[in-house]
Design a protein around this ligand. Sequence first.
Ligand code: PGA
Length: 257
Amino acid sequence: MSQPKPLYLFANWKMYLDHAGSLALAKALAADTANIPPGGTVVVFPSALALPGVVDILASTPIAVGAQHGHWVAEGGYTGAVSMEMFRRAGAQFVLVGHSERRHLFHETNHEVRLQVEAALGAGLTPVLCMGETKAERERGDTPEVIETQLRSALQTLAWPGGVPLIIAYEPVWAISRGRDKLGLPCSGVTAEKMHELIVRLVAGLLPGVAPLTLFGGSVRAETVREYVKQPHVDGVLVGAASTQLASWQGIITNLY
Ligand code: PGA
């Protein structure tokens, strides 16, 4: 029997956990690394506030840490912002870029997403480029164009550095949870697969020779994770609400295959 494919399991803690809650979950994860699947890559994305503490706790484990958002300027008069460079110095290795909550709630534009991709790479962080269409865009039949625009503006003419994986998270906005108990609309594995295939095809045109890793995000739970990761073009999942409590995260990790 062939080996199962190595999976990317990313936990976006969003603003669900305060400082103490983040450190407590990080400690629980550090004590429970045995069930990470062979070859699996686990990354947690705590708040900026908790990130240094989480980095310390996870330092001797296989779990890496990423920032949820970083500013593209390295330092200066940008009240409230934390730069990519500062996150890298604090021990982050990854950063989410273009998450739909940043795009829609904080009005980040495709241009700002592009600046973040460039700044992340410049700072030595691996960006996780998030994208997805809204319900209205899907209903209008605009999904492929929306995805193409988000991809093109973020990646076109970029000299992608060798040795850095290009990680793209497809997260249809309509499928994302609105709270721990409020799931988004269901996205089938078949729909996710079609979108991931499209993303891989579009990237081949934009950055020839760079093969992206694609993660699915949107109300992933223990009961649904396998439906996504069994799809040929899905390399893993970006999990929000269900990654913020030990039991639901463990449920996802143990239900992968
Ligand atoms: P969710 O979030 O799992 O809570 O739907 C996913 C995401 O937005 O990254």
